[in-house]
Design a protein. Structure first.
Length: 69
């Protein structure tokens, strides 16, 4: 069994505030486990969750000439 991460550990890994992690869990946005009053995260599930949110950047910049006027 892999070690579960707590809020502080996940916050450091993702480089986001702990409050953001709490909000994501409250909104059911991020996969998590509720153990009594504690919240834990499975690293492999977080990795899959992150990969689903991958956005490939554009090769070129799209310029809208209408906004330049």
């Amino acid at each position: 069994m892999e070690k579960l991460l707590n809020i502080q550990e996940l916050s450091e890994i993702l480089n986001v505030p702990k409050g953001t992690i709490y909000s994501w869990t409250h909104m059911q946005f991020i996969p998590h486990y509720k153990l009594g009053r504690s919240v834990r995260f499975k690293p492999s599930e977080i990795e899959v969750w992150l990969k689903k949110r991958y956005c490939k950047g554009r090769v070129t910049r799209k310029i809208d000439i209408n906004t330049m006027l």
